[in-house]
Design a protein around this ligand. Structure first.
Ligand code: IMP
Ligand code: MG
Length: 310
């Protein structure tokens, strides 16, 4: 692909080859991909100085991060070039004060990674994590959209959001803050029955309040086979709510066994076990701020058991 035209708004869906001028740029792009941060390589040149009506000097930042509306210029370790870059950058900022640009030294972006607690370039890696499937900023944006949609659809009503514990923790907290209506919340805990029959669910914690005549929205972290949700919806329908709908952050449609209607879906994801943003593997990884996949060899080393966190 031609230099300057490269774009990877969603690296998981559309990986495109890019010819980088330096290997440090390629490292940085891989780092951004790893964290699911959208980037464009050298998308724009900014004129810095004109002579006889022609551009005599221009500045072309290495990256543009659209999520952050930020240009990034990477520096090499050679002091001579760093000094020249600082000069260009000062001129740039005088001429384009409204544009955000950040100069990153190699050591800066290595520590940037370490800040997140893990990564292939960092010293402290979280064992088991393969890659980020949905970044924190993608989650934030999509949940904002869902909240806005709920606010429109439930206008004039006061929905009761029912969260299914425990994976829904992060989603519920973020979602309700994007709903501009009075809402009530309640929680249920259910467990897959791990006996010979399989598939059956038990209610471990029931709702605190009756739902008869209420507009109920079940909030789920992830729908996999659909069996848990199916059983739950049957149970709730018996209690005669005014309406009963479902909002699921993740839809692993490829694995569906029972066809459950999902009214609101955050993301459709491939058939891979995911963790983070509330989702766990044996109670671990819930506190990651993004959704990530696990390394298959790591999963296998956990005893080749089917992952069934709750
Ligand atoms: P289902 O009955 O197969 O749809 O299972 C749904 C439940 O299984 C979810 O509420 C999760 O608790 C759990 N689950 C399914 N897939 C995953 C995953 O990829 N990561 C973490 N938990 C999962
Ligand atoms: Mg769950």
């Amino acid at each position: 692909m031609a230099k300057g035209a490269a774009r990877r708004d969603n690296p998981k869906l559309a990986p495109a080859p890019v010819s980088f001028a330096h290997s440090s740029e390629e490292d940085f792009a891989r780092l951004l991909d790893f964290y699911g941060v959208a980037w464009q390589y050298e998308p724009r040149s900014f004129p810095l100085r004109e002579e006889n009506g022609r551009v005599a000097e221009a500045f072309t930042p290495d990256f543009y991060l659209s999520d952050l509306d930020l240009y990034i210029e990477l520096t090499t370790l050679q002091q001579r070039l760093v000094t020249e870059k600082h000069r260009k950058l000062r001129r740039f900022q005088e001429r384009y004060p409204e544009i955000q640009v950040k100069l990153l030294h190699r050591s800066d972006y290595l520590s940037l990674l370490a800040k997140y607690g893990f990564g292939p370039f960092s010293e402290v890696e979280v064992a088991g994590i393969h890659e980020v499937l949905i970044s924190a900023s993608e989650l934030e944006r999509r949940i904002g959209e869902l909240g806005a949609q709920l606010s429109r659809d439930y206008k004039g009503r006061e929905p009761l959001l029912i969260g299914v514990l425990r994976g829904v923790t992060c989603l519920m907290a973020d979602l309700i803050r994007h709903v501009s209506l009075p809402v009530a919340i309640d929680y249920m805990a259910i467990s897959s029955y791990e006996g010979a029959e399989g598939g059956a669910v038990r209610i471990l914690k029931d709702l605190d309040e009756p739902i008869v005549g209420r507009d109920v929205l079940v909030v789920e972290d992830i729908v996999d086979t659909g069996m848990t949700l199916h059983a739950l919806l049957q149970e709730l329908a018996v209690r005669r709510p005014a309406s009963l709908k479902v909002c699921a952050l993740l839809d692993k449609r490829a694995r569906r066994i029972v066809d459950v209607p999902l009214d609101y879906v955050g993301f459709e994801i491939p058939d891979e076990f995911v963790v983070g943003y509330g989702l766990d593997f044996r109670q671990k990884f819930r506190n990651l701020p993004f959704i990530a996949t696990l390394k298959s060899d790591w999963l296998q080393a956990q005893g080749r058991q089917r992952a069934r966190p709750e």
